[in-house]
Write a protein that binds this ligand. Structure first.
Ligand SMILES: Cc1cc2nc3c(=O)[nH]c(=O)nc-3n(C[C@H](O)[C@H](O)[C@H](O)COP(=O)(O)OP(=O)(O)OC[C@H]3O[C@@H](n4cnc5c(N)ncnc54)[C@H](O)[C@@H]3O)c2cc1C
Length: 299
């Protein structure tokens, strides 16, 4: 039987050489493998009930914005992305929670895992946040302490990998020997997902509340989405990324302030001005105003 080789994607995939590969963290990457569809597929699916196909670019753009704004999600499922990604296990554990993707990961039962760890630099040793139990501050440890800890990370990783190799050498099965390897070890997978669920993933993982290390991978994927589906991306930015959600109590305050100060007329004319610049039709302007009024002031 042929000898099983350690997995070494670095030999095959050099991020600097591959235009479809974006380097992430010290040894990770997001590589676009295949795409099915684009903005045209969203429009095509949305218009199927009318049998009219694609109209002008302006009409297609307005339609994609309308779908995104009104959460008519299924047309976005017509576009598919397949990525090959390499990330530390602690990133993969957050990523895998997104159940709507199809995943195939390297097997530590089958392959000898490569000695490849995320090695944080002193600047990457962020301080624990005092207000958010799940997050870190923008500040990091400094000076000798930071350098000492970063060095200890590397030494621990080296020791654990040496132990792993010695267990394999002693005949321990790969599936057992790997179990003492740390979360900083790199893993990799193929990850296929439709655009609707990918945008959901990006909305959660590009958000400031997500851990910085997974955000880096999400931002890399966003580069490909933006290139492949520029109008859908623009709509996503407008109606999801840059939009905000208010709670019932927050909206109550806002609507009271608008009513008490007679602000609706001002808001209305400013919004009409924006829509006119977008060359919106009269019907669209009216629909958008009705909708905005409802969202700001309630029924
Ligand atoms: C900042 C942040 C912090 C987090 N902290 C924690 C934490 O402390 N602990 C923890 O366990 N998780 C945590 N998570 C993970 C989080 O709870 C979700 O599991 C993860 O974000 C995936 O979201 P999702 O289920 O919407 O995505 P997906 O799995 O991609 O699902 C997309 C959508 O499909 C639907 N769906 C998918 N599967 C089902 C199903 N089986 N049943 C019903 N509907 C389904 C849902 O509408 C869902 O929103 C965190 C996530 C973020 C972004």
């Amino acid at each position: 039987m042929a000898e099983i080789q350690p997995v070494n994607p670095k030999e095959d995939y050099d991020p600097k050489q591959d235009p479809n590969c974006i380097a992430c963290l010290d040894k990770g990457f997001v590589r676009l493998v295949e795409v099915m569809g684009g903005d045209h597929s969203i429009v095509q699916a949305a218009r199927v009930s009318y049998g009219k196909g694609t109209k002008s670019v302006r009409a297609d753009r307005a339609l994609i914005h309308y779908l995104m704004q009104n959460r008519h999600t299924t047309p976005f499922e017509m576009v598919e992305f397949k990525f090959h990604c390499r990330m530390p296990i602690f990133v993969a554990r957050q990523w895998i929670r997104h159940r709507t993707a199809n995943v195939n990961e390297v097997s530590g039962r089958y392959s000898i895992l490569e000695e490849s760890f995320w090695e944080p630099t002193p600047e990457e040793l962020r301080r624990q946040s005092g207000t958010n139990r799940q997050g870190s501050t923008g500040e990091h440890l400094e000076g000798k302490t930071a350098e000492k800890i970063a060095k200890e990370f590397r030494e621990e990783q080296k020791n654990l990998y040496q132990q792993y190799e010695s267990y394999l050498g002693a005949g321990v099965a790969r599936e057992i020997a790997r179990t003492n390897l740390p979360l900083s070890l790199y893993t990799e997978w193929y990850w296929k997902i439709d655009l609707h669920n990918l945008l959901h993933f990006l909305s959660l993982r590009m958000d400031a509340h997500a851990q910085k290390e997974i955000r880096i991978f999400a931002e890399a994927m966003a580069v490909f989405v933006k290139k492949q589906c520029p109008i859908a991306w623009e709509a996503f930015e407008e109606h999801v990324l840059k939009a905000s959600h208010l709670s019932g109590s927050e909206r109550q305050i806002l609507s009271e302030v608008i009513r008490d100060n007679d602000l609706w007329k001002k808001i209305e004319s400013a919004r009409v001005e924006q829509l006119k610049q977008e060359e919106a039709t009269t019907t669209r302007i009216q629909r958008e105003l009705d909708d905005l009024k409802l969202r700001l002031l309630g029924p």
